[in-house]
Design a protein around this ligand. Structure first.
Ligand code: GLN
Ligand code: ZN
Length: 762
């Protein structure tokens, strides 16, 4: 009998119930009791959705983040929130979200609390709260969250398998605040894990899933050793441990994993398929092997017949020791395809969200346990769907494939090197020293959002919508002229989202209504679905940009999203390499760039904020990614004459380890985020490594504060110590769409004043 289980279920709710409940509570519009009861309802519903599996995760639900939950369980909240007398959940949210020192707090003698740092969860778009450590960190067990959820699960007859983050991953993903070595804490940490496992055993728990995804990354000998120490020390606890890894291959850590003293191992058999056969040989014959055969990172139907062809011989070999599951927690996919009532029927038939993935798992288990004929109808239907997708003309566009095949190295080349282009552009654009610009978006006002909603709902016709957007663009241009900026933008009023806006106009993209995936806390994203060969039926931005240009004599910057970002922020097809899909996107963007140039646009910015996000988990695979990512940007950008100035933008400035590739993009100018780092991160951009123009952000757009001119001048002086003044631009950190006009106008006015001061004093 193959055992079925799940590693985790999305907790935000099919209609984002948890988001709305949490945000309403944070705004003081509803009670804590209301929020906790929404939590309990969601857990109950999600267990129901997982009914029929042999083991169901418990403890995967979280009000904010599973790492922060683990910090609470281990008694490791930062010092700054200790001694808080209020409700534990409130204190938890203080770490998650921070708290400014409001007047009332000051009076109560309670200062502000800054939020815990947030960072990307492996190569997903989920972000966790980073555990904080110091040399004197101690741990103590608080099992209350797990016990509450376990009690609820038992009352509902759920075959509960508690899920926790393992000790080595917990330490590895945290940060030391005092330069101490966090591995030194392992010895202090392990007794708390042992105690937790005892407590769970006392509740009658049989299996515990202990997640150690850090095992798919490169580990040095000390961290490998930590695994030995940790799992030998937990060996005696009276529960069975299923050590779970996911998101990649174990590679040279296979032997380590196979031989840790645990009762079972789960691996990602989608991304780590190559681990399976070696592991079958390495794994002692007493251990369970759980194979994650359903892709938890994507939204395509599994080819069930194909999986069975591969899995049946493995089952022969493993017998009772084979478990099957999704590859990772289903946190990274939307909940329910059945609510997608507006999705194109053909595309719909190719997809599976969390609930559908679990149905696939049940079909596979039945086929393995009772023979394929027991689920013949399901297998036939699945075969037809997979076949339909493979053959569909919606997926395969021979003209696009042919265009990709014709890509040659010249397409990635500008006509002349940067220095020659820069001279021609300087003559044409006649910009002052320290030219000022913005990153693209201006405030998305209530009127803009209302007009978009009305247009989508059919309450406003296309003409009315166009007129409203044009009025917004005109306002935006007028304000920028008054402020005195040098290179203007149209403000992106017509864009809902920088990927969706382009995806909606490209062939090969589809959009869900409820396909939300948690990004962090209550924030969700709805990645577009890139299902087929990508083509651009007609220009996407030219009309708006030329309209904006017609209103001013200053250069108007055309604004596009670059191919790698389109790719990294979408659910992409799994039937061809990501690099091929990216090249198709690159050709579509290139066509737009060329059309903009032809329409007289002299400066074109191609945003690549998600460039870094696509880096593989293992450094050894970075270069291959960087090579095609750079190639794609260059294909998109380099179809223009020397006189056309290409900008790019990235929302961060950690470039040290990839600066060579950033330079290889060869954009004439790059704008980056630096205000919060005091320009130190510019050290990566020395002349040797980065010869083109740079606009280091001079103020943080995440804050409503109006930046002081003197502060921006000081920051630019620091920048000028690192980069020659002739190559520096003055701009904010990022787009302004989340700000109000009342903040934007004085902030940019102050920024322009700073640039003027710099021109006369530097
Ligand atoms: N041009 C976009 C904007 O200004 C860039 C957004 C981003 O970097 N994420 O909004
Ligand atoms: Zn940005």
């Amino acid at each position: 009998m193959a055992i079925t289980h799940n590693l985790g279920f999305p907790r935000i709710g099919a209609k984002r119930e948890l988001k709305f409940a949490a945000e309403s509570y944070w705004k003081g519009q509803s009670s804590l009791a209301a929020l906790t009861s929404v939590g309990a309802e969601l857990r109950a519903r999600h267990w129901q959705d997982q009914a029929g599996l042999d083991l169901v995760p418990v403890g995967d639900f979280s009000f904010y983040d599973q790492m922060l939950d683990m910090s609470v369980t281990l008694g490791n909240l930062p010092e700054r929130v200790r001694g808080f007398g209020g409700d534990a959940l409130d204190n938890y949210f203080r770490v998650a979200r921070g708290r400014s020192a409001a007047a009332a707090d000051e009076q109560a003698g309670c200062a502000g609390v800054w939020a815990g740092e947030m960072t990307k969860w492996f190569d997903t778009n989920y972000h966790y709260i980073v555990p904080e450590f110091t040399a004197v960190t101690t741990f103590s067990l608080d099992a209350s969250r797990l016990l509450t959820q376990l009690t609820e699960a038992k009352a509902r007859g759920v075959a509960a398998k508690p899920v926790i983050i393992g000790p080595v991953t917990y330490l590895a993903l945290g940060k030391s605040k005092d330069e101490s070595d966090r591995l030194d804490l392992l010895e202090r940490l392990l007794p708390v894990y042992a105690e937790l496992l005892q407590v769970l055993a006392a509740e009658g728990v049989d299996w515990v899933q202990i997640d150690e995804p850090i095992l798919v990354t490169e580990l040095d000998v000390r961290w490998r050793h930590a695994f030995e120490v940790a799992y030998h020390s937990l060996k005696g606890t009276p529960v069975k441990l299923l050590l779970a890894t996911y998101f990649g291959e174990l590679q040279d850590q296979r032997y380590l994993v196979a031989n840790l003293p645990v009762a079972g191992v789960h691996i990602d058999a989608v991304r780590g398929r190559d681990d399976v056969v070696p592991l079958l040989n390495l794994l002692p014959s007493t251990k369970v092997l759980s194979l994650g055969i359903i892709d938890g990172r994507n939204i395509w139907k599994t080819d069930l017949n194909g999986v069975l062809d591969w899995l049946e011989p493995i089952q022969e070999q493993l017998g009772e020791r084979l478990w099957i599951a999704p590859s990772c927690s289903l946190l990274h996919v939307p909940v329910d395809l059945d609510s997608e009532d507006r999705l194109d029927a053909e595309v719909w038939s190719w997809l599976a969200f969390a609930k559908q993935k679990l149905s696939e798992l049940r079909v596979l288990a039945t086929a393995l346990n009772d023979g394929r004929q027991a689920v013949q109808a399901e297998l036939e239907a699945n075969r037809a769907a997979c076949e339909g997708r493979r053959r569909s003309p919606r997926v395969n566009n021979p003209a696009v494939k042919a265009a990709v095949a014709r890509i040659d190295s010249r397409m990635g080349q500008r006509q002349s090197p940067y220095a020659e282009r820069a001279a021609k552009q300087a003559e044409l654009l006649a910009l002052p020293k320290f030219p000022t610009t913005t990153i693209g978006s201006f405030p998305q006002t209530r009127e803009i959002r209302q007009a978009r909603a009305d247009f989508k709902a059919g309450r406003l016709d296309a003409e009315g919508y166009q007129a409203t957007m044009k009025a917004e663009i005109a306002r935006c241009v007028r304000e920028q002229e008054l402020i005195g900026l040098d290179v203007l933008v149209h403000g992106e009023a017509e864009r809902n989202d920088m990927v969706e806006y382009f995806g909606e106009q490209l062939e090969g993209y589809a959009f869900s209504r409820y396909g939300w995936v948690q990004s962090y806390g209550s924030r969700c994203v709805k990645p577009p679905i890139l299902f087929g060969d990508i083509s651009r039926p007609k220009p996407m931005t030219v009309g708006w940009i030329t309209y904006a240009q017609s209103l001013t004599d200053k250069p108007m910057k055309g604004m596009l999203t670059a191919p790698v970002t389109m790719l990294n922020w979408s659910f992409v097809r799994d039937d061809q390499p990501r690099s091929d899909t990216c090249r198709q996107l690159a050709l579509a963007i290139r066509a737009e760039v060329v059309d903009l140039e032809r329409a007289g646009v002299k400066v074109i910015q191609i945003d690549e904020p998600a460039f870094r996000e696509g880096l593989p988990l293992r450094k050894s695979q970075w270069q291959a990614y960087l090579d095609w990512a750079v190639e794609c940007f260059r294909i998109a950008a380099n179809g223009v004459a020397d006189e056309t100035q290409i900008h790019t933008h990235m929302c961060y400035s950690e470039f040290n380890d990839i600066i060579g590739s950033i330079a290889d993009l060869d954009a004439d100018a790059i704008t980056i985020e630096t205000a919060r780092s005091d320009m130190e991160l510019l050290d990566a951009f020395d002349d040797f490594r980065y010869p083109n123009d740079i606009g280091p952000g001079v103020y943080d757009i995440h804050s409503p504060n109006i930046p002081a001119e003197a502060r921006m001048v000081a920051l630019m002086r620091k920048a000028a110590e690192r980069i020659p003044a002739e190559r520096l631009w003055v701009n904010p950190d990022c787009g302004l769409k989340t700000r109000q006009w009342e903040e934007v106008i004085p902030s940019l006015t102050s920024m322009v004043a700073a640039a003027k001061t710099l021109r006369t004093t530097l």
